[in-house]
Ligand binder design. Structure first.
Ligand SMILES: [Zn+2]
Ligand SMILES: [Zn+2]
Length: 266
């Protein structure tokens, strides 16, 4: 399968980094982990190969913050006629995630409701545990973040953990994954920050990678206002703990093998 980072920023897009979107293409499926503004990159010619062949679309949202869901309004343009399933997590305390999404994607915020999109769209509540998608299995875990969020694992190929406080069991969830895509909002934790912090630092992401003995770590959901020197510090902080770390870039691609069964989930 091919893993392509379409958006590597958090919060808001910059020309070089759109907001969070990770695309996984298998022979029968196009999976998207979050659909931030990075989803729009699929309209660029260099990504046209991802849209070739007969496939269905599966979208896994980590949570409903706007930088992760704005691309829901792009789906009709990018995948007309494609069978599309949208897995939407509940929002802690506020409840039903699919209902909140339907309240947002409708007038006056958008000209059309989700049910008017010209594609066979199914809204499903994202559940903890595993769901089969094409050749692989996607497993979700609950994370701490304002409103809550989900982390996802795709077989033994890929783990996507973003918008999450550090937690002790993240390494076990990621264990043995060939690629771990983990947020890195700062280089180091803010000692005076809120507890629990809403986001993870680069060092904390690298701890997860080391505990999980993953193949490599890609740092994503990067702060859009960090200059090149700041990003270098983010990378250095992570590599001090887990050397096989890279900054995710929009367009970064990995070819990864996937076994259906997750290798060693707790
Ligand atoms: Zn975010
Ligand atoms: Zn968030």
């Amino acid at each position: 399968m091919e893993v392509v980072v379409l958006g590597s920023a958090g919060w808001f897009p910059r020309p070089e980094r759109q907001t969070t979107c990770v695309c996984v293409r298998t022979p029968s499926t196009l999976c998207l982990f979050d659909v931030g503004s990075g989803l729009a990159r699929l309209a660029q010619p260099e990504y046209a190969w991802l849209l070739q062949g007969d496939f269905e679309v599966a979208v896994f949202l980590t949570h409903l913050h706007l930088d992760h869901i704005v691309g829901v309004t792009y789906l009709a343009a990018l995948f007309p006629g494609r069978r599309t399933t949208l897995f939407v997590p509940d929002v802690r305390r506020a409840g039903d995630g699919p209902v909140w999404l339907q309240r947002l994607v409708r007038p006056p915020f958008f000209p059309h409701t989700l049910s008017e999109f010209p594609l066979p769209l199914q809204l499903k509540r994202a559940q903890l545990g595993a769901v089969s998608i094409g050749e692989c299995e996607v497993t979700a875990r609950l994370q701490r973040h304002p409103g809550g969020s989900l982390g996802y694992r795709l077989g033994d190929a890929l783990v996507v953990l973003t918008d999450c406080s550090p937690s002790e069991d993240a390494g076990a969830f990621a264990h043995g994954a060939r690629v771990l895509i983990h947020e890195a909002w700062t280089a180091l934790p803010d000692p005076a920050g809120t507890n629990p912090a809403p986001h993870s630092s680069a060092g904390e992401a690298a701890e997860v990678a080391a505990q999980g003995e993953v193949g490599e770590l890609l740092l994503c959901h990067l702060h859009p206002l960090l200059a090149a020197g700041d990003l270098e510090r983010v990378l250095t902080a992570a590599r001090a703990v887990f050397p096989l770390t890279y900054l995710a870039e929009d367009g970064m691609r990995r070819s990864v093998r996937c076994s259906k069964a997750p290798s060693s989930l707790p």
